[in-house]
Design a protein around this ligand. Structure first.
Ligand code: CP3
Length: 389
């Protein structure tokens, strides 16, 4: 099933369990394995944010200004983030709803971005199903016992809403606070999750991952299929709780050639996008160094294709084809240059975005910890000023 984002406004589904109180009782959480929400029905929060510039741009409708948000906007570039995180390990902080709420709201308050992204990490659902992994500061996710054999697959059990009850709780709290600012839910795509699981941690060349993909295609396909199930369940939890859009991060898939992507990765990503198509919330797909894959990543089922800084947006639009919005794509490193340079480079991005059907302004990858938060605030204001109609 392919969902369609746009067209007439779908009805709001009142009395949805996640919306009847700020803290939905776990027992009432819907079974996320059943895609029981008919196409086009919305939670109250999805309805409240429907006319936001961000969701309009995702739906390729006219916008009052180009909406802006930043990947990794919630995090280490903010002193208020470092303060609330003091002494609390990363993964533990993802499981505390009050803390998640506060951290998710911090960049919205400070930068006046057009969307919030849920504070979590791509490995949270894997931790939630019982894998022994941690996020090491300055390193990233590290897996104690990597997944390398068929027997290892048995450790990847299904994810239930109860496994991530804190996500439902946090989104319940957040949607009350966010008002008409949309919340973006997210997950890691099967390839990027597999790369951490197979390598056991971050990797530049993804050699063990590719060795499995090329050397044991059936095991690889089964691994990606398992991860697609888990990822789909995780995204459904976030949408059911009130996320107005979702982003699938396939951060490291740019390591693959198009033919290998199509054969060995795309079916699993298609499965994830199909699983959430019926909700009618925009689905964003992003990876780094994916210039050669942009068309296929759109074809996988995205409504919005994220572009890093290497391909100008007008060229990206040609590669993606009609019927999709684009997101991006200022080189994050530009933020370290003087304000006039940031503005000039932003103008280049906006000029390349002129003819797009829909444009969400973002960086070409995440905010870096050493970035000056004031430069980000100025950038949001600049894009808004330059694009207000
Ligand atoms: O965008 C946001 O603000 C929401 C929060 C978010 C985090 N991770 C918080 C985080 C999101 C969307 C992610 C996604 C994520 N995590 C990705 C895909 C996005 C991308 O950047 O391509 C990936 C590949 C990961 C895996 C991961 N987790 C890495 C590479 C790291 C950084 C390791 C380091 O310290 O250099 C993490 C840790 C992490 N995730 C931090 C944050 C705020 C830093 C933890 C800390 O504050 O100590």
């Amino acid at each position: 099933m392919r969902g369609r984002v746009g067209g007439t406004r779908p009805p709001c589904r009142e009395g949805h369990p996640a919306r009847t109180s700020g803290f939905p009782p776990h027992a009432k959480i819907l079974d996320v394995s059943a895609n029981d929400r008919p196409t086009g029905q919305q939670t109250k929060q999805q309805s409240r944010t429907y006319d936001s510039a961000f969701l309009k741009a995702c739906r390729r409708e006219p916008v009052p200004h180009t909406p802006v948000w930043f990947m990794r906007q919630a995090g280490r570039s903010l002193p208020e983030y470092l303060k609330v995180r003091e002494g609390i390990p990363m993964l533990e902080s993802c499981m505390r709803p009050e803390l998640v709420t506060e951290i998710t709201l911090q960049p919205v308050r400070r930068h006046k971005v057009d969307a919030a992204i849920y504070f979590s990490d791509i490995v949270v659902p894997l931790k939630a199903i019982g894998l022994d992994l941690d996020i090491k500061p300055g390193v990233g996710p590290v897996v104690a016992d990597p997944i390398r054999t068929r027997a290892d697959l048995a450790r990847l059990r299904d994810l239930t809403p109860e496994d991530v009850h804190y996500v439902t709780e946090a989104i319940g709290m957040l949607t009350g606070e966010l008002g008409d600012t949309p919340l973006i839910g997210f997950a890691g795509a099967p390839f990027t999750l597999a790369s951490y699981l197979v390598e056991g941690g971050p990797s530049r060349s993804h050699e063990r991952t590719k060795a499995m993909m090329y050397g044991d295609p059936q095991l690889w396909a089964d691994l990606l299929d398992r991860l697609a199930e888990i990822t789909s369940a995780f995204l459904k939890v976030q949408i059911e709780a009130g996320a107005s859009a979702v982003q699938l991060f396939d951060s490291w898939v740019g390591a693959l050639a198009p033919a290998d992507y199509r054969r060995s990765v795309m079916p699993a990503s298609v499965k994830v996008f199909d699983a959430v198509a019926g909700y009618g919330v925009p689905r964003i797909h992003f990876g780094v160094g994916t210039g050669e894959l942009l068309g296929l990543m759109g074809e996988a089922g995205a409504d919005v294709v994220g572009v890093d800084w290497r391909v100008p947006l007008d060229e990206a639009a040609r590669r993606v084809g009609p019927g999709k919005a684009l997101q991006g794509n200022l080189d994050p490193a530009v933020l370290f240059a003087p304000t006039e340079v940031v503005e000039a480079k932003t103008d280049e991005v906006l000029a390349a975005a002129k003819g797009l059907e829909g444009h969400v302004f973002n960086l070409g990858h995440g905010v870096m910890p050493s970035m000056d938060p004031d430069a980000l605030t100025r950038l949001v204001e600049y894009v808004h000023t330059r694009t207000t109609v």
